[in-house]
Design a protein. Sequence first.
Length: 448
Amino acid sequence: MNIKAMNTPAMNTPAMNTPAMNTPAMNAPAMNARGTVHVVGAGIAGLAAAVLLASRGARVSLHEAAGHGGGRCRSFHDEVLGRTIDNGNHLLLAGNRAVMKFLDHIGSRDTLAGPADASFAFADLRTGERWSLRPNAGRLPWWIFSRSRRAPGTTAGDYLAVLRLARADARATVADRINVGRPAFARFWEPMVLAVLNADAHEAAARLLWPVMTEIFGRGAEAARPLIAAKGLSRSFVEPALRFLESRGATIRFNHRLRAVERQGEHVHALEFVRTRHDIAKADRVVLAVPPASMAELLPEISTPRGSRAIVNGHFLVKAPLPADLPFLGLIGGTAHWLFIRGDIVSVTVSAADALAEVANDEIARRLWADIARALSLPAAPLPPWRIVKEKRATFAQIPEELPRRAKTATPWRNLFLAGDWTDTGLPCTIEGAARSGFAAAEGALGG
């Protein structure tokens, strides 16, 4: 979840269906082996597309406007902390099929770490209560009938409420389908909605939550087992992907911003970058894996979501001993929503953080450290070294009004395909959705 990258909990009913990988029936002929696929954007969607293309023997040219890959899923060295940190915290799950396929391609699945079983620890900062959600193995969800496996003060019926999401129409919010007045809302549903949809339950699209619930908790404990990038996002996703592409002869260009897409009739015939221009031959294909705001500028004909929602992350260098068996912790009743521990760095995430993102960084740091201190029984003062990272456009606004604006993989141009977590993957804006979109665009470029 990014905690937006989470494809997270719910019920294990056998009849639940999972969405397809969004591989469309393409109208392009099979790609000539001599052609080049130009992938624009080296975030997770673009990397996934490029990796799959290269693994199938395609000639790949990867273009990225920034000086690095990964987009919103990367690591960097922070001078204040003296540590490498992630620009955002992401919780993966073993059932993220596209993510695991991507990591298997680039040989880095073993860089993920997590508990041996599906266990999600929580702490209520107001009451001091602690508990763990512990789904059982197998598809029959008997865990919801065990008090020791669910949140305190909740009932089995609170979790069976997930079935109401299956009947949600396109206009329904989560709050329309889930009772926000029940204790289970604060202790189960709200953390999931914030993590998965990066929006308040009163505006978050209910339709987007259902496939996440069915794909993960609907497949039993093994699929729901939580994982994190133990050495950072770049070590797991970006660096091995770039090495893989280089080993397959791909051309990789950073600081290479696309300025215009020239199209003629049913085809794109040129890509104009800030300093260069690439003519697109008949056998070539193009995959655009850029954010919705960039897409709207490049191709106004393509429908894109208009709003966005922020995520704020705080990173703190902690010299005191930290729990070695607690890689992450859900937080209830504070400012922060999730806490992660990697070595001597404690990181916290705040989703749906548009208002908080406008607050001064030093004040945000004080608020977040107060949550950490309570959660980990650390001194509230002094404030340790910190770094605040604000992603003001972390996701598009995942609300009912914006869902129809998600673009399909195929476009009106026969040699152009789209990728990105904002496209119509059937999933929320997560790493899983980004990887699926990249694979779908690659399949389209290869001719289906």
